[in-house]
Write a protein that binds this ligand. Structure first.
Ligand SMILES: [Zn+2]
Length: 422
């Protein structure tokens, strides 16, 4: 893999080099693309099927009866029922599907995380999911019992501070449960110095203490950098695999892309759209679940959405809507990622020797590390990709030179000392 990456880099020589893989890796990437697609839709269908089966088989009713025997209080009953449903659900759907995904990732050499360590991460994620979801479901049912018609609206209002708090504590509380983080200055001070040049051009301060290195090499060979948190917890994180293996100019492009998310307020936009989307989703969820109950309530022996099993109907409606709305969220995400690509390439102009070549080489490396399909089906991209395909990102980067005469950069005023036009 290392030789292939080196070959891809040296082959550039100033001329744009579009994403391609050596034959063996390309075959593996195409094979992996099929597995990823099957797992992606398998998980979505699995979620819908499991919820449907819970209702259809009477398992939901049986869990409700147990929950009602466990306590006399309505909120405790909801908590027991929610716990039962979530655990059954996890064992039936998430655990097996995630295990298949991990197996494929191990086989392809993308992950090197042992099964025991993987299982530990799964257990922590499940506990976290239960700790968050059970109180939310208890609160939701409490609202439903008080105001069946307006519960969705009150629930949405209450969700806003929770969404904001979630985004705030994610990097401080949640991410360290799974990975180790340290200040980037401690291990890669030279990278911080370089990156500060990019930051200085953006006009926004990203102080070095908000740059972190994540130890990803213990678990895999993938390359990544990302932004996370809001307000005081906002940060840029670089995986150690990226910091150690990629040439400086390519890392700078990735960091400039990430600082684009930072500067263009993509996190705030994402949260804002999440809040707005939640309102629509909750309303549609109520409408759909009432319709489901009208049609199938008698068959499932559920008279009202306020019954314990009503929660499963709500979850089924939510899962149906999320499955259908997936391309909407992904289309928005791809547009945002493209903006950050444009920003990143403009931000490193004058700092690296050849922004186009650095961007293309970075995509080549990312594609190789994750074994990205060089020719994904456009429909698959439209429906499931939250980033544009590596191929289209590389092709755009190769073409994009806003410093040529007659063109103008989107985010940075053209500086007189441009050295483009190669
Ligand atoms: Zn991005």
């Amino acid at each position: 893999m290392a030789e292939a990456a080196a070959a891809a880099q040296s082959a550039g020589g100033g001329i744009a080099h579009i994403y391609s893989l050596p034959p063996a890796q390309e075959a593996l990437a195409r094979h992996l693309a099929h597995i990823r697609l099957a797992l992606h839709f398998g998980l979505e269908m699995g979620v819908l099927l499991a919820l449907w089966l819970l209702l259809e088989s009477g398992l939901a009713r049986w869990l409700a009866q147990i929950a009602m025997r466990m306590s006399k209080r309505a909120w405790m009953q909801t908590a027991w029922f929610a716990l039962g449903v979530l655990l059954v659900f996890n064992l039936m759907v998430f655990l097996p599907m995630n295990a298949m995904g991990h197996g494929a990732s191990l086989q392809a050499g993308i992950s090197i995380q042992g099964w025991l360590s993987w299982l530990r991460d799964e257990a922590v994620a499940t506990l976290l999911m239960v700790a968050v979801a059970v109180p939310i479901l208890v609160f939701g049912r409490w609202l439903l019992m008080r105001s069946p018609r307006r519960a969705w609206l009150w629930f949405w209002l209450a969700s806003i501070p929770v969404i904001l708090l979630g985004a705030l504590i994610l990097p401080e509380v949640v991410e360290p449960l799974f990975d180790h983080f340290e200040p980037l200055t401690a291990t890669h001070p030279e990278l911080v110095v370089q990156f500060e040049r990019v930051v200085a051009r953006t006009g926004t301060r990203i102080p070095p203490q908000r740059m972190y290195l994540m130890q990803a090499s213990a678990k895999g060979n993938g390359l990544n950098a990302y932004v996370s948190g809001i307000g005081p917890t906002k940060r840029i994180v670089v995986w150690d695999t990226t910091a150690d293996r990629m040439p400086k100019d390519e890392i700078l492009f990735i960091l400039a892309h990430e600082s684009g998310h930072y500067v263009l307020h993509h996190l705030a936009w994402g949260i804002g759209m999440g809040i707005a989307g939640t309102l629509l989703l909750l309303w549609l969820m109520m409408v759909l679940s009432e319709w489901l109950l009208r049609i199938l309530g008698p068959r499932w022996r559920i008279g009202s959405i306020t019954e314990l099993q009503g929660l499963v109907v709500l979850l089924l409606a939510l899962a149906m809507l999320e499955t259908l709305s997936e391309p909407v969220g992904n289309t928005i995400s791809r547009a945002i990622e493209h903006q950050a690509d444009v920003y990143g390439q403009e931000a490193i102009h004058g700092i690296v020797l050849d922004p186009q070549r650095s961007a293309v080489a970075a995509f080549q490396q990312l594609g190789l590390a994750w074994l990205e399909d060089p020719e994904p089906n456009p429909l698959v991209v439209f429906w499931t990709y939250d980033h544009p395909s590596i191929q289209s990102r590389a092709e755009f980067a190769a073409r994009y030179n806003p410093w040529m005469p007659g063109k103008s950069p989107r985010y940075f005023p053209a500086s007189p000392e441009t050295h483009s036009g190669k």
